[in-house]
Design a protein around this ligand. Structure first.
Ligand code: ACO
Length: 276
């Protein structure tokens, strides 16, 4: 547990066979994101970056919720009385763990959406590289229902992964949809029966674990950057990024991968990863 390390109360950590299960742990409050979650998620993500025994990060929720979004009471209302710079600092820390840092995290991230997922929780969901949901999980951009627009970076996030029709529909109606629908609209990679969520996420995490971790980091970073570039810049950037990724790979993975195929005929790259 994280006692004395900065987590363990609002966020728990369990490492299973190279996979770090980070669990938002306020089930009585449907894992609504309060300042405690912000501080503990920051601490746990700091620590996980340096833990070699954690190669893939899974973010999930305790009880029947992934997260009911920002805590309206503790995150919004109660911080109104804070000195403005302290409130800004909290909001910046929240943006960091929910998307900016998660999106560019050194290790692959998977959202395991086990239940309720509202508002600010979409930032986490979309910040993660991949996502698997329980078929009966419930999603909603509920902001309109209580009189605000989906702010933070929620509207930007959904505009990157949902179609315009789906994004506008759910932003404007505040209606909910389930895990199956989330998979159909590709907001998540797939939906599985709730009792298979843990096994399915573990399987995906193990697939990622088998890859070259340094190159995975380069690949996901490149994806996010090229989406914002024109074609010519993207080509220049990707060629340079590929060279620097290979150059900085201390394991010399590409040479190994090529040799294991061409010289040793040990595997087929079209069908699986080389032995790292
Ligand atoms: N902020 C603060 N408290 C919350 C939140 C939240 N986002 N979500 C749930 N809670 C609290 C409730 O106030 C309640 O507290 P209490 O037991 O002290 O009274 C407890 O969690 C349980 O909530 P219920 O509503 O009783 O649980 P139920 O299972 O019936 O419903 C649901 C779950 C649908 C998630 C409901 O709690 C809900 O609508 N929550 C708000 C969802 C939302 O709109 N989130 C904000 C999105 S906007 C944003 O993030 C910027």
């Amino acid at each position: 547990d994280g006692a004395g390390k900065g987590w363990g109360e609002n966020v728990t950590l369990a490492i299973e066979d190279g996979v770090a299960w980070v669990t938002l742990n306020r089930p009585d409050k449907r894992n609504a994101i309060n300042p405690g979650i912000v501080y503990e998620m920051t601490a746990v993500m700091d620590a996980l970056e340096g833990m070699d025994e954690a190669e893939v990060i899974v973010i999930t929720g305790a009880g029947n919720a992934f997260s009911a979004g920002q805590d309206l009471k503790e995150y919004f209302r109660e911080t109104e009385a804070w000195p403005p710079h302290e409130r800004d600092k909290l909001f910046a820390m929240n943006a960091a763990w929910q998307w900016r840092r998660t999106m560019f995290y050194r290790k692959p991230t998977i959202a395991a959406v086990n239940g309720w997922c509202f508002g600010g929780a979409f930032q986490v969901l979309i910040g993660c590289d991949l996502a698997i949901a329980a078929e009966d999980a419930t999603f909603g951009l509920s902001e309109i229902n209580w009189g605000i627009i989906p702010a933070g970076i929620v509207t930007k996030s959904v505009s990157m992964v949902m179609s315009q029709r789906d994004a506008m529909y759910y932003i404007m109606t505040g209606e909910t949809f389930d895990g199956r629908q989330a998979a159909e609209m590709k907001l998540v990679n797939k939906a599985v029966p709730a009792d298979q969520l843990h096994a399915e996420v573990t399987k995906l995490a193990q697939t990622l674990k088998a890859k070259n971790q340094h190159v995975l980091r380069g690949a996901k970073t490149a994806y996010h950057h090229v989406r914002q570039m024109g074609w010519d810049q993207a080509l220049e950037y990707l060629m340079a990024k590929a060279d620097s990724t290979t150059f900085r790979d201390r394991t010399q993975g590409a040479a190994k991968g090529m040799s294991q195929f061409i010289d040793e005929k040990r595997y087929r790259p079209g069908l699986g990863a080389y032995d790292r």
